[in-house]
Design a protein around this ligand. Structure first.
Ligand SMILES: Cc1cc2nc3c(=O)[nH]c(=O)nc-3n(C[C@H](O)[C@H](O)[C@H](O)COP(=O)(O)OP(=O)(O)OC[C@H]3O[C@@H](n4cnc5c(N)ncnc54)[C@H](O)[C@@H]3O)c2cc1C
Length: 481
């Protein structure tokens, strides 16, 4: 096959979220940009990530609401879950999201798109499949990540082993699933499937269920999720085996060997950056202790090279908004012929869409402990929080952290209702550098779940020996505030 030769200023590897945003940012500086995609347009987020998982959770929420309706005096009759219809909606809405994303890529000039797997020949030369050789002044690696599965499991389990990507192509719900891994992806999918009537067992290690690091909140998470669905939160020495048309999982739990059979095993055992098949070894790029490329988060640049990195490929914060930010920064700097520009990064924010939801905003408890500086903690429970009780969502708690001495707000962890919204308020305060007193001076309506956050902030102000702003009686007069 004849080889095409292209000479560009910027080559971007991967047309996912980071790559698409990098393209727009680079284009502001130069027209000589190509984006190389080797597998599928549409982005991980829309195809097999954020969006289809939230579609499945939305169906599970509907089933849960129907079951819970009786608690409000409403009877909806025997619940029937039509797995085929559930998955039809998931796939069709997912296809719509993917279609919208593909349309964006397809609207780019054809000369800016190259199809095929790319690898480095040297730092400024890329080979795409067997058809195109690209010489680029600067390269952005935006190749994303993929599910990582323990060695040997694929060979042992064959098609009984699934990863999260597979779930969203189902045409019906399975009868039973072993979910291995208690991280955000495993937990979101496990709870959704459980609520949709699938027999689920979560195998988690070392009490890790979700992202929380504050010991008191971790304990609440363990009890809340283990109360709702079958969870082994200290499972070790896992040995799955194929058993006819299903899978048998052996695990050690509390010193005993337990065996259980399922239709399939869903390995939610982490994700791995797509860096291996890029030919990076020969380039001698700087690596950190985990083997990830060492780069500057404020420029996207790998060491002092002409290579930039963004999104899940960089591995440090594998979230959609971070991929978009990283893409913007890497694309902007790859587009500039001169020295890279330093860009500010946002305050960390993570949300897990379980019920109750979980959030970590700003510094986590573990990060504050590691930093070793004195900090104070304010706490509030949602058990008796007025609005949460009204909605029968009164589970969980929130812990908020501030610097001793200055009262500067540092971060929070929460498991409870509306955590996806409260996490934003708290992350915004961290980013602005608010003190606890400044946060307490902001308006909060009544009756809302955010009143629970205010209770925690008041507790924090008290712990810091700083009285909250004086406020009129009627602002705090409602029940559960
Ligand atoms: C089940 C699930 C749920 C999630 N839920 C959330 C959520 O609720 N909120 C949130 O913020 N994040 C969530 N995420 C994470 C989020 O989806 C990712 O952080 C984000 O999509 C990463 O974007 P990216 O651009 O780095 O990678 P991608 O979108 O994966 O793009 C990388 C692209 O590079 C291509 N590629 C790879 N190697 C090569 C090569 N050598 N040559 C050419 N092309 C190549 C790939 O085919 C791919 O198209 C979830 C992820 C999963 C899996």
């Amino acid at each position: 096959m004849a080889t095409n030769n292209l000479d560009v200023d910027v080559a971007i590897l991967g047309a996912g979220t980071a790559g698409m945003v990098a393209y727009r940012a680079a284009l502001a500086h130069t027209e000589k940009v190509v984006v190389i995609e080797g597998y599928a347009y549409g982005t991980t987020c829309a195809r097999v990530g954020c969006m289809p998982s939230k579609l499945l959770i939305a169906a599970a929420d509907a089933a849960h609401a129907a079951r819970e309706a009786e608690g409000f005096g409403i009877r909806v009759g025997p619940l029937q879950i039509d797995g085929a219809a559930v998955m039809r909606r998931v796939r069709s809405e997912r296809d719509r999201f993917v279609g919208l994303t593909r349309e964006v890529v397809e609207s780019w000039p054809a000369a800016h798109r190259v199809w095929g797997h790319a690898r480095f020949v040297d730092a400024r030369t890329l080979q795409v499949a067997d058809h195109t050789r690209i010489t680029a002044e600067r390269v952005v690696i935006a190749t994303g990540s993929r599910p990582s599965v323990p060695d040997g499991w694929r060979e042992k389990l064959g098609d009984r082993l699934l990863v999260s990507d597979d779930v969203f192509d189902w045409h019906d719900l399975p009868k039973s699933v072993a979910v291995v891994g208690g991280g955000p992806i495993g937990l979101e999918l496990a709870q959704a499937l459980h609520r949709l009537g699938v027999r689920v067992r979560v195998y988690a290690e070392d009490g890790n269920l979700g992202p929380l690091t504050d010991p008191a909140l971790r304990a609440i998470a363990l009890s809340v999720f283990a109360e709702e669905m079958p969870v082994w939160h200290h499972a070790s020495d896992l040995q799955p085996e194929r058993d006819g048309a299903g899978v048998v999982v052996h695990a050690t739990v509390d010193g005993a060997r337990i065996t259980e059979r399922f239709d399939v095993l869903l390995a939610a055992t982490g994700r791995k950056a797509n860096l291996e098949e890029l030919g990076l070894e020969a380039l001698g790029l700087p690596r950190d202790e985990r083997g990830m490329l060492r780069y500057d988060r404020r420029t996207g640049r790998v060491g002092e090279t002409s290579i930039f990195i963004a999104g899940d490929a960089a591995s440090d914060r594998p979230l959609l908004h971070e991929a978009a930010d990283g893409g913007r920064i890497a694309g902007d700097n790859a587009g500039r012929p001169d020295e890279p520009k330093q860009h500010p990064r946002r305050t960390p924010l993570g949300v897990v869409f379980t019920d109750p939801q979980m959030t970590v905003a700003g510094a986590s408890h573990a990060e504050l402990r590691r930093a070793g500086k004195p900090f104070a903690t304010g706490v509030a429970s949602f058990e008796d929080q007025g609005r949460s009780r009204a909605m029968r969502k009164n589970r969980g708690a929130i812990h908020v952290y501030a610097e001793r001495g200055t009262g500067r707000f540092l971060g929070a962890e929460m498991i409870g209702p509306a955590a996806e919204h409260i996490g934003h308020l708290l992350a915004w305060s961290v980013q602005r550098g608010d003190t606890v007193a400044e946060m307490l001076a902001c308006p909060i309506y009544h009756p809302v779940v955010e009143e629970g956050m205010r209770t925690a902030l008041r507790d924090l102000a008290h712990t810091l020996d700083q009285a909250p702003e004086p406020e009129s009686e009627c602002l705090s007069c409602g029940p559960g505030t």
